[in-house]
Design a protein around this ligand. Structure first.
Ligand code: CP
Length: 313
């Protein structure tokens, strides 16, 4: 049974909690193929999307998910809100609470922002990406897609390629995949591998062919040029030559290797267009699966808050 008020990251979740989100998502997936794509599970609830950073997929996906559950949805773009007048995160959260919302979905550039908010409001808080820390629903939809394509996660070889150092997607995937028994390899230039990452149980390589050799799936990450200034990064063409996923490189991998990317893609830097749009790519299926996963998360956290005395965080 789910008991958490908030979803802040996968590091703190047990294997059973992750599996519960995935199985709940499985049951919500068919709602999106109905003629009337709606169930009443969150009727009367209000979900606020509070985004301090740009987003296309995650923000729209949370909005679609909440509306498919019959919730009302308010989107706050901080560029046009009182955040621009200096209002703090906690004050913003408490004001949203005073407006009688039920859930805040937050994206923020600071690691830990979702946890700070969760400690200071009684509303459900869902982390939609905090700094370099975690992006739990992205990893959950990645894992959901892998499960749909390949079955059991236990024993799968999954390689995560690219800008690991700045990636909340990588961190959440590593926590989630290793808890479910996958063997995770990370591959990047030395400067984009965080110190001590081996302690999470992953294998590290700097050779893309090694990362591809036995992989059942590769998750290719975006180069986050905006986070560190281009000077700290390898030159774009150099990176593509050494680490870019191309049709020729895929020929040396397993024939049915699954190619994933959280988006947005830098075509010609992380992967060629041929790979992004090719037969092995499940990139748009990931986006579709994000709706079911976010429906599951919104459903579970709101149910927990309604079950008096059973909230653990
Ligand atoms: N994958 C992802 O987080 O994309 P957005 O930044 O568009 O939400």
């Amino acid at each position: 049974m789910w008991k958490r008020k908030d979803l802040l990251g996968l590091e703190e979740l047990s294997k059973e909690e992750i599996e519960l989100i995935l199985s709940t998502a499985e049951s919500f997936k068919e709602v999106s193929s109905r003629e009337i794509k709606k169930v009443p599970a969150l009727r009367g609830k209000t979900v606020v999307n509070l985004f301090y950073e740009p987003s296309t997929r995650t923000r729209v996906s949370f909005e679609v998910a909440a509306k498919r559950l019959s919730a009302d949805v308010i989107n706050i773009a901080t560029e046009t809100s009182s955040v621009k007048k200096g209002e703090t995160l906690i004050d913003t959260g408490r004001n949203i609470e005073a407006l009688k919302a039920d859930v805040i979905v937050i994206r923020h550039n600071c690691s830990g922002a979702a946890a700070v908010l969760a400690r200071n409001v009684s509303l459900n808080v869902v982390n939609a990406g905090d700094g370099w820390h975690e992006h739990p629903t992205q990893a959950l939809l990645d894992i959901f897609t892998l499960k749909e394509k390949l079955g059991d996660i236990d024993g799968l070889n999954v390689s995560i390629v690219g800008d690991i150092a700045h990636s909340r997607v990588a961190r959440s995937n590593i926590w989630g995949l290793t808890k479910l028994g996958a063997k995770v390899t990370i591959c990047a230039p030395k400067m984009l591998i965080p110190a001590g990452i081996e302690e999470t149980g992953v294998t590290v390589t700097h050779n893309i062919d090694d990362a591809l050799k036995n992989a059942d799936a590769i998750n290719v990450l975006r180069m986050q040029f905006e986070r560190d200034g281009e000077t700290a990064f390898p030159k774009q063409l150099e990176y593509f030559k050494e680490f870019g996923i191309t049709g020729d490189r895929l020929k040396k991998a397993k024939k049915d290797i699954i190619v994933m990317h959280p988006g947005p893609i830098n075509r010609g830097i992380e992967m060629s267009s041929g790979v992004a749009d090719g037969a092995n790519s499940v990139i748009l299926e990931q986006v579709t699966n994000g709706i079911a996963v976010r429906m599951a998360v919104l459903f579970l956290v709101t149910q927990a808050r309604e079950s008096n005395g059973q909230i653990t965080d």
